[in-house]
Design a protein around this ligand. Structure first.
Ligand code: SF4
Length: 462
């Protein structure tokens, strides 16, 4: 895959339509309640019986945050009552035991991600308790080849705690930064200094974390090109291994927290495009490689190597270097992916506790993929991870004639071909450098559900 060579504003604008981010296919709106606990157990049973069962990956959702960031559309609970975390941990441990009983103990847990909310809402002692429970319940990969990552809110943790995370086995950190400008930070109610973040990044380097990532958001209130340029200067000076730069979707009708943002502070729509252009140009000049879907990494980062070797994976956290795993989602609202199915836990804390009090798995809905879903998932994943679809491999793997099966999709992509986003050869589909930023508009051609579930419910590219 190539990086976007030059930013073509007219093309980005033309293809800037709402669409899924394809962290799963089919996407979450297709999940339904006919798939629940029993179907999930069955999926786990089948996954154990595979000729070579996949390694395991675990995602744990910690929903609590100490204060509300006004842009945030995540599933979170704002509270300063720390006893709520202790109560949640008790239930989480019950779920770990229930879930672990479904999977063969011989299957190694090689990947772990703690997300939120704010995982660092938990104290070091609580995180240690959580890791202990995982160790007792699963065969954890204790080599440093594992990928154990945690999202860090820099306002909740100090250098000592960063070292503590490394001792617990985490080897990847991701810091939520969003913007360093003081006015922007005040407008979104998330104030954190550059010095605070720099001290944590230095501590992470000293503690030999394998990878440090930072998250940025462009399109926030009061952001200007000049102010974001300074934020990018500061980020580049920190030299994180990975940078995710997300587009802010301002939807105050749907996201209550966003109503706290003053409408007059919002940048005009064309500014977002300029901010994206600035971000791509600055990060490219600084030596970062565009991985795809808002993600950048340094050339020696594993993500770049995996992309070059064709082993990059897409999952709910974005991109990953690890082999295809069965993903167990733990905690309120978590999503899992086991074999040919997806599952999601209940979204309300009270329901989560009630289910576990009854000794039941908190799975609320899910989806079992059909043959057609599996085929389309593979095509979309190839596009998103490698920018190339090997037609012969897909035909051999699924027993189809690609040009016939996808005749409508290929016809629908002619405009993208004319605009230089993509080439369609008899043996391969190849995303061109100009198409990298618009990869999901290409992937959408292979999505069988967009007509029934209009794309408008998704966010835009920019
Ligand atoms: S952005 Fe993160 S810390 Fe802020 S409210 Fe949302 S989940 Fe909590």
């Amino acid at each position: 895959m190539n990086s976007p060579s030059a930013f073509n504003r007219a093309l980005v604008e033309k293809y800037d339509c709402p669409g899924p981010r394809y962290t799963s296919y089919p996407t979450a709106p297709q999940f339904h309640q006919a798939f629940a606990m029993d179907e999930y157990r069955e999926a786990a049973r089948r996954s154990n019986q595979a000729l070579v069962p996949k390694p395991l990956s675990v995602y744990i959702h910690i929903p609590f945050c100490q204060s509300l960031c006004y842009y945030c559309a995540c599933n979170k609970i704002i509270t300063r009552k720390s006893h709520r975390a202790a109560e949640y941990l008790t239930y989480l441990k019950r779920e770990i035991v229930l879930q672990a009983s479904l999977f063969d103990r011989t299957r190694k847990l090689t990947q772990l991600h703690l997300g939120g909310g704010t995982p660092t809402y938990l104290t070091h002692g609580q995180l240690a308790e959580l890791m202990d429970c995982l160790h007792q319940s699963f065969d954890m990969d204790d080599s440093d080849a594992h990928e154990f990552s945690i999202e860090v809110d820099p306002r909740t943790i100090d250098a000592e705690q960063v070292r503590g995370l490394r001792q617990l086995g985490f080897n990847r950190l991701s810091f939520g930064i969003q913007d360093f400008d003081a006015q922007v930070q005040a407008a979104v109610n998330r104030v954190q200094s550059q010095a605070q973040v720099a001290a944590l990044v230095a501590a992470a380097r000293e503690a030999r974390f394998k990878s440090v990532s930072v998250d940025l958001i462009y399109g926030l209130p009061l952001q200007t090109l000049a102010s974001f340029d300074i934020t990018l200067d500061k980020i580049i000076a920190l030299r994180p291994d990975r940078i995710a730069a997300y587009s802010y979707a301002h939807l105050p009708q749907r996201v209550r927290a966003q109503r706290m943002i003053r409408p007059e502070d919002m940048p005009p729509p064309e500014r977002k495009l300029e901010l994206l252009e600035l971000t791509i140009n600055r990060l490219s000049e600084a030596g970062y490689i565009y991985i795809g879907m808002d993600h950048f990494a340094l050339p020696d980062d594993e993500l770049v190597r995996a992309r070059g070797q064709g082993t990059l994976q897409r999952n709910f956290q974005g991109y990953s270097t690890h082999a295809d795993c069965d993903l167990i989602g733990l905690g309120v609202s978590s999503i899992g992916k086991v074999g040919d199915s997806y599952n999601q836990n209940v979204k309300e804390l009270s329901q989560y506790y009630a289910r576990l009090d009854q000794g039941l798995l908190p799975v609320q809905r899910g989806y079992r993929l059909s043959d057609d879903d599996r085929l389309r998932r593979e095509v979309i994943s190839e596009l998103m991870c490698h920018g190339r679809v090997d037609v012969g491999r897909i035909e051999a793997g699924h027993g189809i004639c690609f040009s016939e099966y996808f005749a409508d999709a290929l016809a629908g992509l002619q405009e993208q071909v004319r605009d230089g986003l993509l080439q369609i050869h008899p043996d391969a589909l190849v995303l061109l450098p100009q198409g990298q930023l618009m990869m999901r508009s290409v992937a959408m051609a292979f999505d069988a559900y967009l007509e029934a579930a209009p794309a408008v419910q998704y966010s835009r590219t920019v």
